[in-house]
Design a protein around this ligand. Structure first.
Ligand code: SPV
Ligand code: MG
Length: 431
C-alpha cells in the first residue's frame, strides 16, 4: 500500500484538516506528523494546546493510520524516515515564508519519485471564527503571563525585542524570517524604560510614571500575543513596588526586571560618567522579597538586575549580589555590562552557573553586540534582550526623510525608500 504523509501544526481540528485527511486517504495509508513545540514556535503562534493534546487530537481523526512526531520544520529527516509516496498539504503555503518548506519538499520527493499534492485550502466563516478564538485566547492575561516560563523550558534562548507602541509590538509579533532553511521569530517583548521614555521625548530617569508605562503595555497587548518583560527601573519604593507587581501581574505581564540602584536613576550605558548609586544588598533583597510575597500567581517573575559591572564594583560583588538576590526570591538574574567585549559578562555567567544551574540568566548585548545567541547559550544565558535597536533604527530613517523633504521641497525623492501607501493602510488587520 502507498504511503501518504502530512504534517499538522494546529491547536484544533476543523473542516480544513478533515478535508486534507479525506483527500490523503484516496492515495494510501495516512501518516500524520505533529510538529514538536520546539520547531513550531520558530515560525508559528505559540501552541495553545499541549504537545500531548495535539497528538491525541490527531489520533482521534477517522482515517489517520499512524501519528508520528516531526521534530524539524524542514522535512529532510521525516522524508528520509517515512519515504512517503505522497505528501499532501493545503495550498496556503505557496506564498509567504512557508514557500521554502514546500520547495524543499518538492526537491526531496524528486530524488525518489515521490509526489506533492496541494489541496485547495479551506477558508470559511467557521474556520475564521476558530482561528480568531485561538488568537484571542493567546492574548488573554492568564495565558500570556505564563508563556515566558513555558518558553524557558522549550527554547535554548528566549529572543526578546524592544517594543514601545502598538506598531513596534506588531513588528515583534509578526516578523518571521526564513534564512538558509531555518525559520526564526521573536519569542518575547521588552518594554524598555529607555525607549518608552525616548518615544515621549523624555530622559530615562524614571520620569515617565507607571501609569504611562502601563498605557504603553496596554497598547502593545492590544495587538500582540507574545509575552512581555517589563523594565521596572529601580522598582521605586518598596511600598510602591508591591502595588506595581500586582498591577503588572493582573495585566498579564510575565516578568519585571528591577535594577539594584537607588536615588535618581540614570541609564546604565552612562556607567560612572554620571552619578549613580547602587542599592545595598539588604535593601534590594527586601524589595525582591516584598514583591514575591504579594504576587498572586506562580507565573509572574521578578528578575533582579545587577549593576556591579556597570558601576565598576567588580566581579565578586556581582556574584555575591546574584546569590543573595536568588536567595531573597528572585526568579532570574540580569547581568549588565557596557564593555565592547563580552568577556566580563561571560565570566559572570560561567561562574554563576557553576553554582546555580537553574536560575535564568538575562543579558542585554547592546555594547557587547558581537556575541551570538549560540555563544550565549553555551555560557548558560536563557534570555537575550535586543533592548533599543528598533528605536535606534527608526530614528535615523525618520531624520533623513525629514531632512530630504526640506532639501528637495517635495516628497518625491524620498518615496522609493518608504513603505508603499497600499501596505501602510493594510498594515493593521481589520477586526
Ligand atoms: C532599557 O532598555 O531601558 C534598559 C537597558 O534598561 S539599558 O538601556 O542598557 O540600560
Ligand atoms: Mg531601562
Amino acid at each position: 500500500m502507498k504511503k501518504v504523509y502530512t504534517c499538522f501544526c494546529t491547536d484544533n481540528i476543523h473542516a480544513g484538516h478533515l478535508n486534507i485527511i479525506n483527500n490523503a486517504r484516496k492515495y494510501g495509508r495516512v501518516i500524520v506528523g505533529v510538529l514538536s513545540d520546539e520547531a513550531r514556535i520558530r515560525y508559528n503562534r505559540f501552541p495553545m494546546a499541549s504537545f500531548e493534546e495535539r497528538i491525541d487530537m490527531v489520533r482521534k481523526i477517522v482515517g489517520v493510520d499512524e501519528v508520528i512526531i516531526q521534530h524539524e520544520i524542514m522535512y529532510d529527516k521525516v522524508i528520509e524516515e517515512v519515504r512517503p509516496d505522497y505528501v499532501v498539504h493545503g495550498d496556503n503555503w505557496k506564498t509567504g515564508v512557508t514557500q521554502a518548506i514546500r520547495e524543499n519538499i518538492i526537491s526531496l520527493l524528486k530524488k525518489y519519485g515521490g509526489q506533492l499534492i496541494d489541496i485547495p485550502y479551506t477558508y470559511n466563516e467557521e474556520i475564521r471564527r476558530i482561528d480568531k478564538q485561538i488568537k484571542e485566547k493567546a492574548m488573554m492575561p492568564e495565558y500570556r503571563r505564563k508563556r515566558l516560563r513555558q518558553l524557558l523550558k522549550i527554547v535554548p534562548i528566549v529572543k526578546t525585542l524592544e517594543v514601545h507602541s502598538g506598531l513596534t509590538g506588531l513588528i515583534a509579533e509578526k516578523t518571521i524570517i526564513e534564512h538558509n532553511g531555518e525559520f526564526n521569530q521573536y519569542d518575547a517583548m521588552w518594554i524598555s524604560s529607555l525607549c518608552d521614555s525616548i518615544a515621549k521625548g523624555k530622559p530615562d530617569i524614571e520620569l515617565v510614571d507607571i501609569t504611562s508605562r502601563e498605557r504603553t503595555i496596554d497598547d502593545v497587548m492590544e495587538v500582540t500575543t507574545k509575552p512581555i518583560i517589563f523594565d521596572g527601573d529601580t522598582g521605586g519604593l518598596v511600598e510602591h513596588f508591591v502595588y506595581n507587581v500586582r498591577s503588572l501581574e493582573r495585566m498579564g505581564v510575565s516578568a519585571i526586571i528591577i535594577e539594584d540602584k537607588i536615588g535618581l536613576k540614570k541609564n546604565s550605558l552612562f556607567g560612572n560618567e554620571v552619578p549613580q548609586t547602587q542599592d545595598t544588598i539588604e535593601h534590594f533583597c527586601e524589595k525582591i522579597a516584598a514583591g514575591k510575597k504579594v504576587q498572586l500567581t506562580d507565573d509572574f517573575m521578578i528578575i533582579a538586575r545587577i549593576e556591579s559591572l556597570i558601576l565598576e564594583q567588580g566581579m565578586e560583588d556581582a556574584l555575591n549580589r546574584a546569590r543573595a538576590y536568588v536567595k531573597a526570591g528572585a526568579d532570574g538574574i540580569m547581568i549588565h555590562s557596557r564593555k565592547k567585549e563580552p568577556d566580563e559578562i561571560l565570566e559572570f555567567c560561567d561562574r554563576f552557573r557553576s553554582g546555580d544551574k537553574e536560575t535564568p540568566i538575562v543579558v542585554v548585548p547592546t555594547s557587547f553586540n558581537s556575541i551570538t545567541e549560540d555563544e550565549l547559550v553555551k555560557h548558560g544565558v536563557n534570555i537575550v534582550i535586543y533592548a533599543n535597536q528598533l528605536t535606534r533604527s527608526a530614528f535615523p530613517a525618520m531624520q533623513q526623510t525629514a531632512a530630504d523633504i526640506l532639501r528637495y521641497h517635495r516628497a518625491q525623492e524620498v518615496d522609493e525608500r518608504l513603505l508603499p501607501i497600499k501596505d501602510i493602510i493594510r498594515l493593521i488587520d481589520a477586526l
